[in-house]
Ligand binder design. Sequence first.
Ligand code: PLP
Length: 465
Amino acid sequence: MLSLPSSLADMLGARSGEAMELNDRYLNPQLGRIVRTLGFDREWVRGEGAHLIDAEGTRYLDLLSGYGTFAVGRNHPDIIAELHGLLDAHTANLPQLGVSLLPGALAEALVARAPERIAAMVPANTGTEAVEGAIKLARAATGRSRILHAEHAFHGLTLGSLSLNGDENFRDGFGPFLPDCAAVPFGDLEALRGELAREDVAALIVEPIQGKGVNIPPDGYLPAAQAACRKYGALFVCDEVQTGLGRTGRFFALEHWGLDPDIICVAKALSGGFVPIGGVLVSAAVRDRVFDGMERGVRHGSTVGGNDFAAVAGLATLRVIEREGLVARAAELGELLLSLTRPLVDRYEIVRDVRGMGLMWAIELGAPTGGRRRAVWSAIERAQTGLAAQLLVVPLFARHQIFIQVAGHRMNVVKALPALVVEESEIHRFAAALEDVVADADRMGGAVTRLGWDLARGSARALRR
Ligand code: PLP
């Protein structure tokens, strides 16, 4: 039998450089193909704030932030200190038939920062688990089964959350899905009212700003959607897994519209990126209707939900967000980023839109008109819809050491979720680098065309997530 490494130090030393080989053999070789195709196959050895550092010591500006998880920056020392403190404290973690202090304190802190209606937390461990919880709680609290979600929504990849996702790239092969789930166009109030009027809807579950595409709802849509839910007896659920904890320049994105949901899902950034975490924040009415007697007191939950590590990391993360003023910082730096990058819409034909709220930002591309440039663009897009966006992503990484991603399948949208601790100078650096690669892609010169062909050849089916 293969002998185990004797310690973490031994593992990080003796086997450094083996990550890709181990991934390809034992984890996900298709992910390895994607990473190699994009030229992202660096040996990452350290994370620091808004940066990732490779084995050669090169520092990359990380605009993925682990899909938004490292909002307070990677390896924040204050959270590390709190986790060390917890390890040393030998707490009575997870008594199960008993209660402990720390998860209650985290719930108290989140409830205090949530809108009026929210009164309690049902712990979870991930974003998708929080959404699964929201589906179950909404059904049990209303006695209804239908769940509405927005087109192009993303709520996670377990079966319930996937039932609220219209993207075939994720769904194909995994059906049948949860019955009684229906999509409504994001921003279309009449379509929503039509569905709600049947009076069989348990909940509308919606991201205040959609992660796939960074779609911002039309003004007035979310408050009207909330009011329509109330009118027809459905719960209004905000999935703040990506938008929450300061990302959009408010603690919760729902604050931009003064919303007061029945349920809020949180996860990702809440533990500073150290510990899996999730939570379903609920109104007292939802909690009391679901857990409505002693015999129903443990009808939803999970073995390690509400563990001390997640709770301590969560509390420490909230403290960092407040002490460092990260919510206001996200708002200010987001404004700066928009002011620097919006002019690209007028300067370059391929730039169709630049949008964002706080530090959730996106640039959308479209085909150039006429001539050779359009022919090249179309050929790249024929190989795979949405591939042209990689003409920005790949050179941003290779030429500018900026790590960024496309915002979803088959869409020419590039998205940035910087750590909220990112320096102002890095926002300027990103804006300048972006203009450099946009100008190149707009010209569609020889190097860009060659990159397009290489990507089309190498990635036709691999560029998934
Ligand atoms: N909800 C939203 C809005 C998300 O963006 C995500 C993940 O990207 C999820 C839910 C699922 O979270 P997790 O990947 O932790 O399951």
